[in-house]
Design a protein around this ligand. Structure first.
Ligand code: C2O
Ligand code: CU
Length: 547
């Protein structure tokens, strides 16, 4: 039907924020981009037509695309980019996902402005939401505004080898809000009726920052994460990492007036100059006859480096896991993977051989000490499907056990230097997989939101410090762990996920902080075909973009 066909024209459009006007890359001229609304299990087509000046790809974050990675989007992993003037008709196959997901560009840094919400509602005639029907649904997209061109920010990051520039404002639905200059006349306003319930579909579309979000005088009830239902959790604030989504019920049960909602940064990185200027606001405005308060209350937000509050929220999430929404956590693990998650350095290779990383090096990032390099003239999926040799290797490195002993900052330089490579991890069809991530704090400590394409996984445990192979598994939650597309590996800590490898194909895994992705914190899983025809990778569409 017509509503299952969408046209995404990627093109520049002029936007004004923070007192200045610039051209940004958009879909259909919109920032944030158009919302896609579907029912559970739908298949849709999106014709992506590139009328911009740069290569582009579009990814459907959290959509599992059963047996069909061809439309998944990450550049040089599942497809070559769509060149200016070219187009690609992407088939998006929804299966069990229900709730909020999002789409975003997956080439260079274009996702800063090229992104939008995906709302998946229960199919009509089925049981519907596992909570009272909300009166309205509202996407709340937390993002950033960059005065600089983001492609330039990325190029500079690669050229200098140092830290990237930071954005100039955080935003809610594209607007910085009243606390930033020249913004108050356009602050996003959510108008509500007293007594009604609103389903907020919250997305963290920021490039690098984990965020807190809260609404003054109002509780938030979390009912979903990353396209799956949770046991309702009532809280005064939420924590949301880049790439994650949360479904939150808001009851308009306060005195009719104006209240601020706000997002702020959680970060353990010190000395970042942007850090004092990170509270984006929007206004919750009740309908009715009243004299609006002249300065509405701001919500309580945990302080910037409040790791306890950040992870307290994350650790409170549970799957709904009831009769109508059963979950199936793999118990007999057949494939156990350990992976370090590290920030490192590499030798400087620019013209004057001096980079802005520690001791003149350039910053890098790795999984098991491999800093991943994508191929540049073919996508890994095509190489796999066509059996073209020499594009990637199948020897994703094993966990280097010595790293357990070196989580402190006194690590010998030699251990800080990862190997660059394109080694992937191959999994048998239907294996019961466990991945244990260990943050190593080699160069600096920060948390890492690790995202796997083609799957959602159960987060069965996480903690601070080094993983204890004997004790920590005893505390795994195998009953109602949250089902997520992104696991937060805490600062210098560990996290364990489980999933069943029942989706054959080529699937990217990476840190969803854009700078870490650029530095190499990524790898690829190749899940082999099963025996039956229903367990095999589907053939490619005719118009896969050529390199
Ligand atoms: Cu949200 Cu690899 O993406
Ligand atoms: Cu990271």
């Amino acid at each position: 039907s017509a509503s299952n066909d969408h046209l995404f024209v990627v093109k520049e459009a002029s936007y004004t924020r923070l007192c200045s006007t610039k051209n940004i890359l958009t879909v259909n001229g919109q920032f944030p981009g158009p919302t896609i609304r579907v029912f559970t299990g739908d298949t849709i087509f999106v014709e992506v037509s590139n009328e911009g000046k740069e290569n582009i790809t579009i990814h459907w974050h959290g959509v599992r695309q059963p047996r069909y990675p061809w439309s998944d989007g990450p550049a040089y992993i599942t497809q070559c980019p769509i060149k200016p003037g070219a187009s690609f008709r992407q088939k998006i196959i929804f299966s069990e996902e229900e709730g909020t997901l999002w789409w975003h560009a997956h080439s260079d840094w274009s996702r800063a402005t090229v992104h939008g919400a995906i709302i998946i509602q229960p199919r009509p005639g089925t049981a519907g939401y596992p909570f009272p029907e909300p009166n309205a649904e509202v996407p709340i997209i937390l993002g950033e505004w960059w005065k600089q061109d983001v492609t330039e920010v990325r190029n500079e990051l690669l050229r200098t080898g140092g830290l990237p520039a930071t954005s100039d404002a955080f935003t809610i639905n594209g607007q910085p809000g009243d606390l930033y200059p020249c913004s108050s006349s356009e602050t996003f306003t959510l108008t509500v009726d007293e007594g009604k319930t609103y389903l907020l579909r919250i997305i963290n579309a920021a490039m690098d920052e984990m965020l807190f979000f809260s609404i003054a005088n109002h509780d938030l009830t979390v009912v979903g994460t990353d396209g799956a239902y949770t046991n309702p959790l009532t809280t005064s604030y939420i924590t949301i990492s880049p790439g994650q989504t949360l479904d939150v019920l808001l009851q308009a049960n306060q005195n009719p007036n104006l209240y601020y909602m706000a997002s702020s940064v959680y970060s353990t990185v010190v000395n970042l100059d942007f850090i004092n200027n990170t509270t984006a606001t929007a206004v919750l405005q009740y309908n009715g006859n009243y004299t609006p308060i002249s300065s509405p209350p701001l919500p309580y937000l945990p302080s910037r480096n409040d790791t306890n509050s950040a992870f307290q929220f994350i650790g409170s999430l549970r799957s709904l896991a009831n009769e109508d929404h059963p979950i199936d956590v793999p118990l007999d693990i057949t494939s156990s993977i350990f992976s370090t998650v590290s920030l490192n350095t590499l030798p400087c290779e620019n013209d004057n051989n001096s980079c802005e990383g520690p001791n003149g090096t350039r910053l890098a990032a790795s999984l098991n000490n491999q800093s991943f390099v994508e191929p540049s003239s073919i996508a890994i999926l095509e190489a796999y499907y066509e059996r073209i040799n020499g594009v990637y290797g199948e020897n994703f490195p094993d966990f280097p056990p010595y790293l357990f002993n070196f989580t402190a900052d006194d690590l010998p330089m030699i251990l800080q230097i990862p190997k660059q490579g394109t080694e992937v991890k191959v999994l048998d069809y239907d294996s019961a997989v466990e991945i244990n991530f260990q943050g190593t704090n080699l160069v600096a400590g920060t948390s890492h939101p690790i995202h796997l394409h083609g799957y959602s996984f159960f987060v069965v445990g996480f903690g601070f410090g080094n993983f204890d192979e004997e004790k920590d598994p005893l505390n795994y939650n195998l009953i109602d762990p949250p089902l997520r597309t992104i696991v937060d590996v805490p600062i210098s800590g560990w996290a364990t996920v489980r999933f069943r490898a029942s989706n054959p194909g080529v699937w990217f895994m990476h840190c969803h902080r854009e700078e870490h992705l650029t530095w190499g914190m990524k790898t690829v899983f190749i899940v082999k075909n099963g025996e039956s025809p229903q367990e095999r990778l589907l053939p490619p569409p005719p118009d896969v973009p050529p390199c």
